[in-house]
Each structure stands twice: as structure tokens, then as C-alpha cells.
Design a protein around this ligand. Structure first.
Ligand SMILES: [Fe+2]
Ligand SMILES: [Fe+2]
Length: 482
């Protein structure tokens, strides 16, 4: 049996889940659809609804299925319901039901917990589209403009994916939750999105790249652990979403890589040896490396907060129940039940940061966060190689996990990026050295001038090495409406 599953594009909602034979769910989705389009038109990319964008649409889940690229107006994008293929004989890979056949229906005792996990994941998807809706106006190139729109339509599809799960498996309250997902708004005072980082502004393109690198990567880790789920439809839908998420990671990593590359090249050309010569560097129309480090500090720590408390009984319950596993659960060599194992957690003990052994079961969030940090570090290593290759003496570093936290062990203390605990006065005096200031934001904003000529790029970012779909450098990725 091959892994290729073809998508039915003959229906209004493209899918590979046999919607035509599933009248109840089809009707529920069709009645949700107009509200979605309405949301997209009012909260999606501002000013580009008529533009023709060179987007990819999934036609099957194997790599070749991504080969379908075409110009499309975003409101006409074929948002579909796509699940990765079922694995024959799949067993629940962890928790108290370890080794039992996976569930195709929601187990009654876990219904509320599962619904909550799906709603929280679902809520992040439209939130990021809302956060990014103004970016089109200042895109540094048509290539980048196309990339943000690709990310946006896929986040929209991820919302569809979660809404399908809600409507198919959770009946009436699932339909209500699906409606609520279109009501909340990123940054709203009375109906905000559910998680902190998804209510922050994404005011400029460096923020966008940092967001896709750090916050979409949290999304990747959450999807990875839900892809392990014993509830098979969630596992399959997350496995498919991960194939799209890979592109979001790519946009973030290469976006920052191209930005720092341009900075380093400009510094070299101008003979600036010391990266801390911020004014001289900025005068070249590029973003200085220390400011990029501050942006990194901000986005990394906001994203760490998304993992929740280091020690969490909710996370333990979801693991025990077989709903949400660990990163690459099936590759881990242990009992997959965590009845007696321990996991080291950094905690605040008598005013000091100490490593404490906790039951691995309650430290599930901590472990996922550590895996996340390692994944982030690999990206930093690649950026640092670019800097080194160009010959600039600077290294990006991830700040300590006690730095700038709102959630978990360190939420009530202040620490430096190196992890030294400090008092409030010191924090207030020095935080401008570690986190972007208003003036930093203003400087970045001053560089955000749109570039719309095919093949041209703004002063602060290098062109990509290869085009999307191997297109040549001057390809017109977005045809703006006349
Ligand atoms: Fe997503
Ligand atoms: Fe994403």
C-alpha cells in the first residue's frame, strides 16, 4: 500500500475524509464556511484580498503532493480537510492505555480534556493570521509577501482542521466551540485569544520572522505531541499539519538568516568591526545584531511561556489518558507510562535557581520545552555559522529560562539573560539592554518600506538563495490588483 491519498477537489470543501458521505458533518462545515470567509475578509491580510498570489495547495500527503502551485486570490484558496494516512494496526503509544488499539471515537471519560486541547490548538491558528494582517503593506519583496500569505492561508487551513475535529466528534458543543473560534480576536480587551503570545502585536517583519521561528516552533512541538495521540483522528490531522508547519519554520529561519546576512555584509563593506557600533550600523539601512538579539530574547521567552508550568498535573493527566504524548514518543526507549521515572526541572528554591528531580509524569511540559529549546538552538547555530562565515565577531545566544517569564517557576522573579537573579531596581535599570525598547521598535519600523518590484529587496534583507518552487529571482510571486 502506498502512502498516497488523493484529495477530492470536486466538492466545495476539498477533503480526503469522505465528506460527501458524511452529510451531517458536511452540513455543519458548510454552515460554518460563510462565517469563516467573513472572518478572513475582515481579519485576514489587509489590502490584498484581490491580489493573485502564487500559492501551493496540498493535493496529497506525499512530498509530490505539494507540487501544485498556482496563482490564486486568497479568499478563493481551497481550504481543505486533510488527514495523514491511517497507520494499519496503530496502538496507543503511551499512558495508561499503552499498547491498546487507538481510538476512532472520543472516549467518553476524556471528552472534556480532549475538546480543550483541540480548542486551545485551534485558537492559535486564526490568532496568528490576525497578528500578521498588516504586514503586507511593508513587505521587503514580493517573495516575502508571498511567503507571509502562504503561512496565513495554511494557518487558516489549520483552523479548518481543528473545526473538523470539533464538528465531527464533539456534536453540539463542538459546533459551539467552532463558532467561538471565529469570535475571539488577537489583542482584544473583551474577547482575546486564549494564549499570551497570540495576543502580542507583530508590528514589523523582523517580528514576523521571529514569530515564525520561535512561536510557530512552539506550535510544531504541540502538534508533535498531539500527533502521538491515542485518539487517531487528532493524530492524523496533526501529522498532516506538521508538513505545512515545516514551511513556516523555513520562513522564520531563512528570514532571520537573510536579515543578519545583509547586516554582516553591510558591516564588512563599511569596515565596521565592532557589532556594538549600533548607530554606524543602523546608518547603513540594516538592523544591528544587538537589536536582533533583543528581539530574539523577547520572542523566545514569550514562546517559552506557551509551554505552561514546568510541573503540571494537567499535562500529566493528558499523558496518562493517552491524549498528548512526548516529542517523538515512539522513538523514546522507556516504559511510556512514566510510573517511576524522574526528570530534572529548574526551579526556584529558597531564592536560588536549582535543578530538582521531579516525577517525569508531571514534568511533561518541561521535557517538551527542553526539546523545543534544543530545536531552537540548532537554528541559532546555523545563524551563527552565517555570521562567522562573513567574518563578524558576534554570536546569538538563547537567554536563560528564568529571564523575562510570565508563566511557571520564574514568573515572580527577575533574572538576567545569563540567569543571574536580580532585584526590581536592577531589572528596571537594565531591561532596555536585553529587550527591545520603543526606540528600537521605531528604528525597525523606519526600515519597513514596501518593495514591490519583482526581484528587488529592501535594504535590510538579503535575497533568498533559491526561489519558491525553483522560480527565478525576478519571478512575480504576487500580482497586485490594478
Ligand atoms: Fe498552524
Ligand atoms: Fe504555523
Amino acid at each position: 500500500m502506498t502512502n498516497v491519498i488523493n484529495v477530492d477537489y470536486s466538492t466545495k470543501i476539498p477533503n480526503n475524509v469522505g465528506l460527501t458521505e458524511d452529510r451531517t458533518v458536511l452540513r455543519a462545515l458548510e454552515s460554518w464556511h460563510p462565517g469563516y470567509i467573513d472572518w478572513w475578509k475582515t481579519m485576514g491580510p489587509e489590502g490584498f484580498q484581490e491580489a493573485l498570489v502564487y500559492l501551493r495547495t496540498a493535493v496529497s500527503v506525499d512530498p509530490k503532493g505539494w507540487a501544485k502551485f498556482d496563482y490564486v486570490r486568497m479568499p478563493e484558496y481551497r481550504w481543505g480537510i486533510l488527514l495523514a494516512p491511517a497507520e494499519d494496526g496503530r496502538k496507543i503509544p503511551f499512558g495508561r492505555h499503552y499498547g491498546e488499539p487507538v481510538w476512532q471515537e472520543v472516549p467518553g471519560e476524556y471528552r472534556a480534556m480532549l475538546r480543550r486541547l483541540v480548542v486551545i490548538q485551534g485558537d492559535t491558528e486564526p490568532a496568528s493570521v490576525e497578528q500578521q494582517r498588516h504586514l503586507g503593506k511593508t513587505a521587503p519583496s514580493l517573495y516575502d509577501l508571498r511567503n507571509v500569505f502562504q503561512v496565513n492561508v495554511e494557518e487558516g487551513r489549520h483552523l479548518w482542521a481543528m473545526v473538523y475535529i470539533l464538528q465531527k466528534y464533539f456534536g453540539r458543543d463542538g459546533r459551539e466551540e467552532a463558532g467561538e473560534l471565529l469570535q475571539r480576536r488577537s489583542g482584544s480587551a473583551d474577547k482575546p485569544r486564549m494564549l499570551g503570545a497570540f495576543n502580542e502585536a507583530t508590528p514589523d517583519w523582523l517580528s514576523f520572522f521571529m514569530f515564525t521561528f520561535f512561536t510557530d516552533r512552539d506550535g510544531k512541538m504541540q502538534l508533535e505531541s498531539l500527533a502521538q495521540s491515542g485518539f487517531d483522528p487528532v493524530s492524523r490531522t496533526c501529522r498532516f499539519m506538521l508538513t505545512e508547519e515545516a514551511h513556516h519554520m523555513f520562513v522564520g529561519e531563512t528570514g532571520i538568516g537573510r536579515t543578519l546576512q545583509r547586516t554582516c555584509e553591510a558591516m564588512k563593506e563599511a569596515g565596521i568591526e565592532d557589532p556594538s557600533e549600533i548607530d554606524k550600523t543602523r546608518a547603513l539601512g540594516v538592523i544591528d545584531l544587538p537589536t536582533m538579539q533583543k528581539k530574539l530574547n523577547l520572542h523566545y521567552t514569550l514562546s517559552l511561556d506557551l509551554f505552561g508550568s514546568e510541573v503540571s498535573t494537567n499535562a500529566a493527566n493528558a499523558f496518562n489518558a493517552g491524549l498528548k504524548g512526548r516529542f517523538q514518543e515512539t522513538k523514546i526507549e522507556d516504559d511510556h507510562k512514566l510510573e517511576s521515572s524522574i526528570y530534572p526541572v529548574l526551579k526556584l528554591v529558597d531564592g536560588e535557581i536549582k535543578r530538582v528531580d521531579e516525577p517525569a509524569l508531571t514534568a511533561i511540559n518541561m521535557r517538551l520545552r527542553d526539546d523545543y529549546t534544543a530545536d531552537c538552538q540548532r537554528g541559532l547555530d546555523r545563524w551563527n555559522k552565517i555570521i562567522e562565515r562573513i567574518g563578524v565577531n558576534f554570536k546569538f545566544e538563547l537567554p536563560h529560562v528564568a529571564f523575562h517569564r510570565e508563566i511557571g517557576e520564574f514568573r515572580d522573579v527577575q533574572a538576567t539573560p545569563a540567569g543571574v537573579l536580580i532585584d526590581d531596581a536592577t531589572w528596571n535599570r537594565d531591561k532596555g539592554k536585553w529587550l527591545p525598547s520603543t526606540a528600537d521598535g521605531d528604528f525597525i519600523a523606519s526600515l519597513m518600506k514596501p518593495v514591490r518590484e519583482p526581484g528587488k529587496f529592501a535594504s535590510w534583507i538579503a535575497p533568498p538563495r533559491v526561489g519558491i518552487d525553483n522560480k527565478p529571482g525576478d519571478f512575480e510571486y504576487v500580482k497586485l490588483a490594478a
